[in-house]
Design a protein around this ligand. Structure first.
Ligand code: NI
Length: 154
């Protein structure tokens, strides 16, 4: 495993739409392992999307410290959302900034794992927020585009 460099706001790769994964090979496994390591190394990270390491593929990893542990999402699709919460967010690609964003309270997501097998997950709270935030990265959307109230990070 290796740490990957995190791309920050201003780099156009963060604004592009990522492409679907169609090969479930060693290269994908290496990317997923590197992303998990990079996210954990960065400490504050609870999610990381492939465009944030310069790879325009529909892949993200999350670990919000709950019973699910690390979850890998490939070609994710949010199937349904419910409710609304205001969540305070930051992003490893937007250092030094945080802000409040409206997110669904609960959602259902379908994705593939690293073997190419489909799974579905019902998420709520911080996990739901994190899935939405990371999924936005795959479409070139950053939390700063959706902020309703902005603060300086301490
Ligand atoms: Ni982010």
């Amino acid at each position: 495993m290796a740490l990957r460099e995190i791309v920050t706001v201003g780099d156009e790769v963060l604004r592009k739409k990522a492409r679907e994964v169609n090969r479930f090979d060693d290269k994908l496994c290496i990317l997923l392992d590197d992303m998990a390591e990079t996210m954990k190394y960065e400490g504050r990270g609870i999610g990381l999307a492939a465009p944030q390491v310069g790879i325009l593929r529909r892949v993200f990893v999350v670990d919000v410290g709950d019973e699910h542990g690390l979850i890998e999402f490939i070609n994710p699709e949010i199937l349904s959302v419910e409710g609304e919460v205001l969540s305070e967010e930051g992003c490893l690609s937007v250092p030094g900034r945080s802000g409040c964003v409206k997110r669904p309270e609960r959602l259902k997501v379908r994705a593939l794992n690293r073997k190419g097998e489909t799974f579905e997950l019902e998420a709520e709270g911080i996990l739901a927020v994190c899935v939405c935030h990371e999924n936005d990265h795959l479409d070139g959307v950053l939390f700063i585009d959706k902020v309703v109230e902005q603060e300086e990070k301490d």
